[in-house]
Design a protein around this ligand. Structure first.
Ligand SMILES: Cc1ncc(COP(=O)(O)O)c(C=O)c1O
Length: 391
């Protein structure tokens, strides 16, 4: 490998949410953190060089993106997913969660119903509730270690609640599904039929394990494209979350106009220059790094699967098809969620994300982030084994 993902980089005392805020966030000092979704790997050298060059220039005035930025995005999405984007679709925001909130405010009114599929990334529900919209949940179905969609319930919930907007997580955090073309098409058809607009959060699209393929939801049919806001970002892919840049694509002119109007009401103007520089550099020169990273993550996943099978078979891995997050089923231990948390934090000395954080259906699960050097994962799993054996 050209890039050294085995290197353990000390992230303490770097203002990292993952490493420097245990006590503030109610955890004992010294827990090994495998929670929030950023990586313990250094971003690709091409990004560091571009940011360094910009720093040396030393002027950080108001900035905007030029044509070359769009060209780089265009090439990336075409190469990765065969998706052809158009310049006028692009709206930049300082994050996907920010964009989801803006979209909810732009496309719905207070009291309107918004549908999500739990268990799911927790800011989906808080974005709906914080904006005084009605939260409607289509629960994913967990059967024989795999999650699927209950389409009848999906439609029923839409009709009963007069749902206006659906927030899709694709690939899905935390259950790791990479939805198939058939599943996405069926969701899209139901949304079209019932006049439900779609926000498709595809921030994890670059992480798909061998044997699976990510489809851009909006690109499956021209009608879907006209009905969808697609949220993308280089931040998960290249470990740039602290630089706050996301690229949102809105082909429908009316939806885009409403989205932009809401952005200006909030007072958001130009993007941060370091985010622009990093995004362009990453999409331009980060391909090879990403390909190696994906191999490394696949090996981490294989390591974890074998470890759990052999050493702690009571803990079941829900096989992820994408994302660097894995959803672990602890239900065989027979603990309630407080006892499970205590086991993970106090006995295993680990900081994971407790399942209930992701809403209905999260009970008995924990989410683990495997985007770390192998030695960190080995340590974490050994600590987990010790703790589980003590139950
Ligand atoms: C599905 C999903 N959407 C959005 C985000 C966060 O995006 P941002 O930092 O751009 O708000 C995450 C981070 O974990 C995520 O998993």
């Amino acid at each position: 490998m050209k890039f050294n993902f085995d290197e353990v980089i000390d992230r303490r005392n770097t203002d990292s949410i993952k490493y420097d805020f245990a006590k503030k966030l109610g955890k004992p000092e010294g827990v090994l953190p495998l929670w929030v979704a950023d990586m313990d790997f250094r971003t690709p050298p091409c990004v560091i060089e571009a940011l360094t060059e910009k720093s040396r220039h030393g002027i950080f005035g108001y900035s905007q993106t030029r044509d070359d930025y769009f060209e780089v995005l265009k090439n990336w999405f075409l190469r990765q997913f065969g998706w052809t984007i158009r310049p006028e679709w692009l709206v930049k925001t300082p994050g996907v969660v920010f964009a989801i909130n803006v979209a909810i405010r732009a496309l719905t009114n207070e009291g309107d119903a918004v549908l999500i599929q739990q268990p799911v990334y927790h800011p989906f529900s808080s974005s709906v509730l914080n904006n005084n919209r009605k939260l409607v949940i289509n629960r994913l179905v967990y059967s024989q270690g795999r999650y699927t969609i209950d389409f009848e319930d999906f439609e029923d919930k839409i009709v009963r609640n007069k749902v206006k907007l659906f927030i899709l997580c694709s690939p899905h955090n935390p259950v790791g599904r990479v939805w198939t073309r058939e599943e996405l098409t069926r969701l899209g058809e139901l949304c079209l039929y019932h006049n439900v607009m779609v926000i498709s959060d595809e921030i994890h699209a670059d992480f798909v394990y061998p044997g699976h393929r990510h489809f851009v939801f909006s690109d499956l049919k021209p009608e879907f494209s006209e009905n969808t806001i697609t949220c993308t970002a280089p931040t998960k892919t290249f470990n740039l979350a602290g630089l706050q840049i996301s690229n949102i694509f809105i082909p429908n002119r009316d939806m885009r106009h409403k989205f932009k109007r809401e952005l200006s009401r909030i007072g958001y103007g130009d993007p941060g220059i370091m985010g622009i520089v990093a995004c362009r550099a990453a999409y331009e020169g980060g391909w090879e790094w990403l390909m190696e990273l994906r191999e490394y993550l696949t090996d981490n996943l294989n390591y974890m699967r074998n470890f759990l099978d052999q050493k702690i078979p009571q803990v079941k891995l829900v096989e992820p098809e994408g994302t660097y997050l894995a959803w672990l089923d602890f239900s065989a231990l027979g603990l309630d969620d407080n006892a499970l948390d205590s086991l993970i934090v106090n006995k295993a000395g680990l900081w994971l994300d407790p399942g209930p954080k992701f809403g209905a259906g999260g009970e008995g699960f924990q989410r683990i982030n495997i985007a770390c050097p192998r030695s960190t994962l080995e340590k974490a799993l050994a600590q987990l084994e010790q703790a589980v054996r003590s139950v």
